[in-house]
Design a protein around this ligand. Structure first.
Ligand code: 5AD
Ligand code: SF4
Length: 446
């Protein structure tokens, strides 16, 4: 048994990164690392970075600058950078911040144990290669070795089914940092889902940068995401299935139908449109019009009337005029999202839109404020419409107040209520009594 050491991971960005951080701690567990939430007591600090936000790399350098204080207090502390910024910057990170001991790209987490051995020898390994082999294989194997059955997990888990993207939206760095779209073989996903369910997981969120483009090898040819979902739904103890994030053009008929006929598939869909103006959509290389998106939403709602929709928006994309922006507001009025994320456009070096004429910063900020006011209003109205209803809620964990627990509605609302620890991991019927800004309050009715 190796010596016990503490690992502190700071996670930035999307759900994919939250999931990857879990993978990183799994990969390092056999090396004697257990996770700590206190950076001061860490032996190894890893920043799992995200490239999607503005000045991502600069923020990581300034965070590393701040962390020098930790190193001063505890000189043997080691530092690593993982994720998309690592993938994009590589060796440059160590050149600029020599305190960093290793740089590991998003495709190489299974190499971490070996990299830590190199670090122990005084080397500074950088691994940002895209793999010739399936990284998921290593992870499953190391899981089998390191962990026994019966370990208590959160009742809801992420499961990556595909990575990368071939869409090349003009603003987005994912096709460059995560590479081409790759789908995992269906059987491996089913095995991993069963493994999670054995550990007490009842909800699985299928993850991928462009998840509905899934086309993994199945027993009888390629499987679509819908086929995969239908097979996963056959696992008895698995109660809820979700997936994220999708591109409108990959919503095929079967996936739409699955929202109507597969009970375990939750009535919630994150389907980013980014903008409401056809001119901007074209400039973004989204390859669909606003009208086509709205028609698609209509078909999805025909399959599942009460579905909650969520989206992503970018305001101030190069060339966006006030009239274009108004089209975004109009589209939002038509869709009425249950919840949505919105961002000011920011340049990503190496992407086509970075080279174009930029919209004024103050104008972007103003548009973002107006869009968020509208989106927040719709979100609040949707939450208000839940008050008085009794909803099935999957209880996930204790909340801040004693005796209070928090779970998720089928529509992905956070719902707070009084409950007992034994009820965690079960689906309770809860009557919604009030709405807060970003969550609901409820009482268990049975
Ligand atoms: N600027 C602003 N937002 C962006 N996103 C992706 N790239 C950029 C960018 N360059 C947003 C998109 C995407 C979400 C994950 O992040 O809305 O759907
Ligand atoms: Fe990026 Fe999503 Fe467009 Fe792919 S579909 S390029 S991940 S925004």
């Amino acid at each position: 048994m190796s010596e016990q050491k503490k690992l502190y991971i700071k996670t930035y960005g999307c759900q994919m990164n939250v999931y990857d951080s879990e993978r990183i701690s799994d990969a390092l567990a056999p090396e004697g690392y257990s996770v700590t939430t206190d950076e001061n007591e860490a032996d190894l600090v890893l920043l799992n970075t995200c490239h999607i936000r503005e000045k991502a790399a600069e923020k990581i350098y300034s965070e590393l600058g701040r962390m020098k204080q930790l190193k001063l207090k505890k000189p043997e502390m080691q530092f690593g950078v993982a994720g998309c910024v690592a993938q994009a910057e590589g060796q440059e990170i160590i050149n600029r911040q020599p305190m960093v001991d290793l740089v590991v790209g998003s495709q190489a987490y299974h190499n971490l144990p070996e990299m830590m051995r190199d670090v122990a020898k005084g080397q500074k390994p950088v691994d940002i290669d895209f793999p010739a082999e399936d990284k998921f294989d290593h992870i499953l194997r190391s899981k089998g070795k390191g962990k026994g059955k019966g370990k208590r997990k959160l009742p809801s888990a992420f499961l990556t089914v595909q990575e990368g993207c071939d869409k090349f939206c003009a603003f987005c760095v994912v096709p460059y940092t995560r590479g081409a779209e790759v789908s995992r073989p269906a059987q491996k996903i089913i095995d991993e889902a069963k493994h999670l369910v054995d550990q007490g997981v009842v909800e699985i969120n299928l993850l991928g940068q462009n998840v509905n483009a899934y086309h993994g090898q199945g027993v009888d040819g390629e499987w679509s995401l819908a086929r995969l979902i239908r097979e996963l739904a056959k696992i008895d103890e698995l109660k809820r299935i979700r997936f994220t994030t999708s591109h409108p053009n990959d919503m095929d008929d079967d996936l739409i139908a699955a929202h109507g006929d597969t009970e375990k598939l939750m009535p919630y869909l994150h389907l980013p449109v980014q903008a409401g103006s056809d001119r901007v959509l074209k400039a973004m290389n989204r390859k669909h019009t606003a009208e086509e998106y709205l028609k698609l939403i209509e078909r999805i709602r025909a399959a599942r009337k009460d579905i909650a929709l969520s989206g992503d928006f970018i305001v101030g994309f190069p060339g966006e005029t006030e009239a274009d922006f108004q089209d975004t507001l109009t589209l939002c009025e038509e869709v009425r999202y249950g919840q949505a994320y919105s961002f000011k456009y920011s340049t990503r070096p190496g992407t086509p839109a970075a080279e174009r004429d930029q919209v004024d910063e103050a104008e972007k900020a103003d548009r973002l404020k107006r869009l968020q006011t509208l989106l927040t209003k719709h979100q609040y109205e949707f939450q208000l419409s839940m008050v008085g209803k009794t909803l099935p809620v999957l209880l996930e964990k204790p909340a801040r107040d004693p005796g209070q627990f928090v779970g998720k509605s089928e529509y992905l609302h956070a719902v707070h209520m009084d409950a007992t620890p034994e009820q965690v991991g079960t689906i309770v019927q809860a009557k919604v009594t009030r709405t807060e800004r970003n969550s609901l309050g409820a009482e268990i009715v049975e």
